[in-house]
Structure formats: C-alpha cells, structure tokens
Design a protein. Structure first.
Length: 746
C-alpha cells in the first residue's frame, strides 16, 4: 500500500510539472505563431510610420527582436531547425531597418559619430544577443550572416559607452545586461574586455544595494534584468542576499484582488502584468527559496494577463520563456494568508496594505508613504544632475507620500492612482506625478481667494518637492487594523499624520488627517479624493466609483461613500482634473487659515464601500463627531454599528503629554489625558465598542483608560533612578505599548 501511495504521489507531481511547463510552452508557441504571421505587416507598418525621435533618435522596433528571442528559446527547447532558421533571418535582417533613415541622419547626433547602431534601445538588446547565442552553433548561420550579426552587436554594445548610465535602477541594469551578453557572445572581440568591465561596474551596485525606484512599471524590469545578468555572470551569491529575498516577499504581499502588483509611481493600471516579467521573477524566487506564495504569485500574474486575451504578445512570450526555464514544480502553490500588514517595513518599502483576504472579491486598500529616503544618495544625485527628472521623486516616483493608491471591494475598483505621465518629461501641471493628482492632503502657503478654483490655486509646474516620511504606528487589533504614517515638510513648514482605521467586521475605513504647523504662516490645506464616476452627492458626501480604465472594465456592483463629518470652516466641492488619459473628478475639502507654530488642523474622511443599489444617504449617520476635551488636539468619533456603538479616539498632538521638566519618564497623564464622551485616556489611539452587556477596548501607547470615571486599565508605578536633573529617584508610571480587554458592564 505504501508503494502504491508513493507511486501515486510521484505521478501527481509529474502531472503537475508537465501541466505547468506545458501551459507556459503552449502560451509561448501561440505567441510565436501569431508573431511570425504578423511580422511582415508589422514591419511594413513601422517603416511607413517611423520618424526619428527628438529624444531617442533612431528607435528600432522591439517586435522582431522579441520574436527572435522567443523563437531561439523554442529551438533550444525542441531542437527543431525551423525555429533556428527563423531566428537567423530576423537577426540578420534587423540592421537593414536603418535604411528608412534619411541620408545624413548619422550627423544629427553626437553619439552617432561611429554610425547609427542597429540596436539603440537597451531594452531590446539582451533578447537579440541571447537569440544569437542560442543559434550561434546551430549550423543555420553562414559566415556572412554571422559577420553581420556580430558587427551589429559590437557597434550596439560600443554605443552604450556614450551614456553608460549607472545606479540602482532599471535602465542601468539593462545596460549591464546588454554588455555582459555581448562579452559572452563574442569573447574574442577586441572590445569584449571593455564590455565586461563596464557590465560588472554598473551591475555591482545593483547586485548589492537597494533599488532607488518606487514604480510598479519599472520594478519588474529591474528585477528581470538583474536575474538575467546574475545567471549570465554566474553570480551565485546574489540569491543569498537578504535584499534579493526581500523584494520577492515585498511584491508578493502587494498583490491586489486584481491579481497583480497595483499601480504606484511611474506606472499604469496594467503595469504589474506588463511583459509578464513578474512571472519569471516569482518563478525564480519560488525555485530558489522553495516558497509556495511566490509560486502562487507567478500563476496569478499570468492568469491576470490572460484575461480576455487568446494569445499573448511576443514580448510576453520572451519573458515567459525564462519563467519556463526557472520553474520548479516540486514547489507547491499556496495562496498567502496574512491579512492587513506593513509591506514590508518602514525603511525601504514604506507601504501598508489593508485586506480581509486574497481572493478577487476581497477588500483591499494600499497606502504608500514612501519618500526618497536616505539610501542611494549618490545614484539619486547623479540622476538629478544628469537627466530631466525634476517632476520625479528619485527615481520614477510620484509625489504620492501618504497616498491611498487603490481601494477595491468585491471586485469593484473604488479609488485608483492617476497613471504614469501624459507627456515627456511630464504633462501639464506635472501630470500625473504631482501631489494634487493623488488621494492625499495637499498643502500650500497663502490664502485661496473665494473666487479662485481649488485647482487653480494648488497647481504649478509639477516640480517635485522633497519631503520626509516615517511610520508612527501599525497594529492589528481585535476589531480594527490601524496605521499612522507621517509626512514632514521642513521647507513649507508643516507636519501631517495620516491615520487609517479599518473596521474589520463592518468592512469600511476611517481616515483621519492630523496636521501640525511647524512655522507660523498662512496655509491652505486640501484633502483630495479622485474618481471617474461621481454617482451622486449631497451635503458633505459623495458616492463614487471607477468602472473602467482604458480598455479595462471592472465590476459595477459596488460604489464608495465618501463622507466628511468634520466641517468647521471648511469648504467641499468637485472640480475636473486630468487623470488616466481622461477628465476625472477631484473631490476636495479645503481650508485656508492663519496658523501659529504648534497649531493643529484635522480632516476626517469616512470611506464606506457598499452595494451600488443602496441609497448612500443611509450611511450619513454611521460616523459622527464625538465631543473631545481638547478640540483639534484630538479627534473623537462615534460609530453606529446597529446593536452597539463604537468609539474612536485619536490624539493629534502627541507632544502634549510630555512634561516640560527634564524628568524620566516624561509622559504625564495629567498633560496627555483626553475626554472622548464617556471615555478618558492618554492613548495615542483608542477604539472601544459598547454593547448592552460588555465593553471591549483597544488602546496603544497608553497609561490609563477610564470609562465613566472608572479605570479599565492603568499602568503600574515603578521607581526610576538616574534622573537627568540630578534629583533623587522618582516613582512614576510608564506607557504600555498597547492593551486590549473586554469587561462586563454593570
């Protein structure tokens, strides 16, 4: 019986292996067949429409090269000569495409001093050279073809030396990959040593350091190029680096109900599946680390790209061929189970995901608080002083600190990012990188005139202004998940904390934005939320949804109720804004006022996903302001939950509880206590639910919690010596990290 079970297990594993690799191979073959059929017409179309680009000069088409790269893989895999013959034809003819260029074109740019290279685009040079390597010894190339191909490769590799861009980002790594493959293809070429040296020079930073980009669209380009280079250069230590493992876990944990890494930075809605690079990245990770979640991520990325498509493109096929080669089907596929969490940390990733599951109907919210950070200074500075990137957060990032870039519920898309850019280097008003294109607080000096539109007041050229961010807190509590992340703008002179609360059972969010003036000045603060479809609006509420982006259509069963329960001296409204290649709607709440140093301001936004058939006004009374003893230094909210009520208390001014005297501990309850209706506490964050019989509460960074004057918890006294003012030891209580309890109501 044991032998039979073992044989069945082996058979099941073999079947799974065959099925997975067979699926990849089938998709690759379909892509190649279609690509070969379409090739003549697509090349003729390119010849008719090609015009040299002012920025890039000669920019040859990628299709023939990706087709050659994929054909050569099929030759390597199957041994069928037809694939090698077709590859040879494509490679040998590719340089002839330069015949479309006008006479004397090589004199138009300094970098063409040695002629126009056959492959001037470093994105497509690696597949060209890899294709040549695969068929080099196949017998299908005659001497003339070899000479022509090698001349095109050598001149294209030499061309990179006119701008050997470096740093830990995608374009640099692509250059290194190109040069490494060139040195492998022609090891005896006079320039081979030079190519290899430059490849190793550029790659060395990328193999050992953190990436400086924060953009979905470029992360997979960087990683795929890095993995390809590591394989070609036999960099066996690379996958032992904790940095390498970090990025795989990071991207797995960002995957949304849409089935892929969501859009942030210089990206578009579909950037997470573009080129299917992430499939190969996740497959490699699953193989190296024997990680079931990475295996699942690879499958989900492919399934997402395949939706509504019978046949993949040859670019997809090329990158899928590496996924095929790197696949290890002894690794089982397992969907992750972690729910709301930091992704992955508060130094590199600087993102928070709120979720209640991992299926297509799960609720998902992405908060991105990534700034430029302290790492990679040399690479960022080199880019700033070398290329036109003043609208970018170095590098390829947006002014999206503390931005909520995606909210999904039951498959419906309720909040999104704005897309990449509408022009080069950016579009009008910095579209779509500047802060006002994102779901975040926007701060400006001076007062907005009552006859001036909000957009007219906040918009400018779009140049990025550096700020700093940090995580204050993140907790998974019994009833809620919460995050508190901070933006500090030293130049403008304000500090902004965004506190997100996810009420898990009721499946909605409360966003409290607490702002503190660091300088006395006149400020205008605006709380922006963006949508494609404004379904309805009323007093301080808006019901919205995004049913499509480009050709992508989303389920339309849900919409998002946006409510501003705190309205003092604030104005709300809607204005048109360019986002996602169309006119969308910018919902806002704004205030202009004089603030002294230390003054605070607050915005409260309730985000309730709901069935679109429901009347949104039914949710107007769900969250109400709760009186607090220190207005604007804290925010209190009462939440109607049917048979019970919940209470949310958030301290805005975290320094108010710190004694002026240089004593330890410095936290004093008498200074930090806040009354929230029947509750009193010094907690930085407090959530409680009162039913007929029980009271449940959660409190963080806390000394005491009182309910109707009676203590629910209280830190215990302790003697603290070594007082800095020379005083004798003092007895005091110290903050507890967080505490939760349920007590009966008498």
């Amino acid at each position: 019986m044991t032998i039979v079970r073992t044989m069945m297990l082996v058979l099941m594993c073999s079947t799974a292996l065959f099925a997975q690799k067979a699926l990849y191979l089938e998709e690759i073959k379909k892509a190649v067949e279609k690509g070969w059929r379409d090739h003549p017409a697509s090349v003729e179309q390119w010849k008719r429409t090609h015009e040299p680009n002012v920025l890039w000069g000669y920019n040859s088409p990628g299709g023939p090269i990706y087709l050659a790269g994929t054909l050569s893989f099929l030759y390597e895999e199957t041994g069928e000569r037809m694939y090698a013959d077709r590859t040879a034809k494509l490679l040998a003819e590719y340089g002839d495409l330069r015949n479309v260029l006008p006479t004397g074109f090589e004199k138009t740019r300094a970098e063409y001093v040695n002629g126009v290279p056959a492959i001037s685009n470093f994105f497509i040079m690696p597949p060209y050279i890899r294709a040549y390597l695969r068929i080099k010894d196949s017998g299908v190339l005659n001497a003339g073809m070899k000479k022509k191909i090698e001349e095109d490769v050598s001149k294209s590799a030499d061309f990179i030396f006119h701008f050997p861009e470096w740093g830990t980002h995608n374009r640099a790594m692509l250059r290194a990959e190109c040069l490494m493959y060139a040195s492998k293809a022609m090891p005896n070429h006079p320039s081979a040593k030079k190519w290899k040296q430059m490849a190793e020079t550029i790659a060395s930073d990328n193999l050992k350091q953190w990436e400086v980009e924060d953009a979905t669209g470029y992360h997979s380009v960087w990683l795929m190029s890095l993995y390809s280079y590591a394989e070609a250069a036999h960099e066996t230590e690379f996958f032992r680096s904790p940095i390498t493992k970090y990025y795989l876990d990071y991207f797995v944990n960002l995957i949304s109900p849409n089935g892929t890494v969501p859009e942030f930075g210089d990206s578009r809605w579909w950037s997470g599946v573009e080129g299917l690079r992430f499939v190969g990245v996740f497959e490699k990770g699953a193989t190296v680390y024997k990680d079931p979640a990475m295996k699942w991520a690879a499958r989900m990325t492919l399934e997402t790209q395949k939706k509504g498509r019978d046949t993949l493109g040859v670019g997809d096929g090329y990158y899928l061929s590496d996924a095929y080669r790197w696949t290890d089907e002894s690794v089982v596929t397992q969907r992750p189970t972690t729910l709301s969490r930091e992704v992955l940390d508060d130094m590199i990733g600087k993102k928070v995901v709120f979720r209640n599951g991992w299926d297509p109907t799960s609720t998902y919210l992405l908060l991105n608080y990534r700034d430029e950070g302290d790492g990679g200074w040399l690479y960022r500075e080199y880019l700033r002083q070398t290329i036109s990137v003043e609208e970018e957060k170095m590098h390829h990032g947006h002014a999206d600190e503390n931005n909520i870039g995606l909210l999904m519920s039951k498959g419906s898309v309720l909040l999104t990012d704005a897309d990449y850019r509408s022009d080069l280097p950016s579009g009008k008003f910095g579209s779509w990188r500047q802060d006002y294109f994102h779901n975040r607080i926007v701060a400006r000096k001076n007062k907005r005139d009552q006859n001036q539109s909000v957009m007219e007041f906040v918009q400018n050229s779009g140049a990025y202004r550096a700020v700093r961010t940090t995580k204050i807190d993140f907790l998974n509590l019994r009833e809620v998940d919460m995050s508190r992340t901070r933006l500090i703008d030293d130049n403008l002179g304000y500090r902004w904390d965004r506190i997100v609360t996810y009420v898990k059972e009721d499946d909605f969010f409360i966003v409290v934005d607490g702002i503190k003036a660091l300088k006395s000045d006149y400020f205008t603060f605006t709380n922006f939320w963006h949508t494609n479809n404004l379904l309805s609006r009323g007093k301080e509420y808006f019901d919205v949804a995004t049913d499509s982006i480009g050709s992508f259509r989303f389920p339309t069963q849900r919409s998002l109720f946006i409510h501003f329960p705190e309205t003092y001296a604030k104005t709300s409204g809607v204005e048109p804004i360019s986002r996602n290649w169309r006119t969308e709607q910018a919902i806002y709440q704004t205030i202009s006022s004089q603030y002294k140093t230390g003054d605070t301001e607050v915005f409260v936004t309730v985000l309730i996903p709901h069935d679109r058939k429901e009347n949104p006004e039914r949710y107007l009374g769900k969250v109400k302001l709760l009186p607090v003893t220190v207005p604007y230094k804290a925010v209190g909210l009462e939440i109607d939950r049917g048979g019970s009520k919940s209470y949310l208390g958030i301290k805005i001014d975290l320094e108010s509880e710190i004694a002026r005297e240089n004593i330890r501990p410095r936290y004093l309850y008498s200074l930090g206590k806040v009354g929230y209706g029947d509750f009193e506490t010094d907690a930085h964050y407090f959530f409680a639910t009162v039913s007929k019989t029980n009271l449940s509460y959660s409190a963080s960074n806390v000394l005491k919690v009182l309910y109707k004057g009676k203590p629910l918890m209280e830190a215990l006294p302790n003697m603290h010596g070594l007082q800095l003012d020379g005083a004798p030891p003092r007895t005091a209580i110290t903050k507890w990290r967080h505490w939760e309890d349920t007590v009966p109501i008498q």
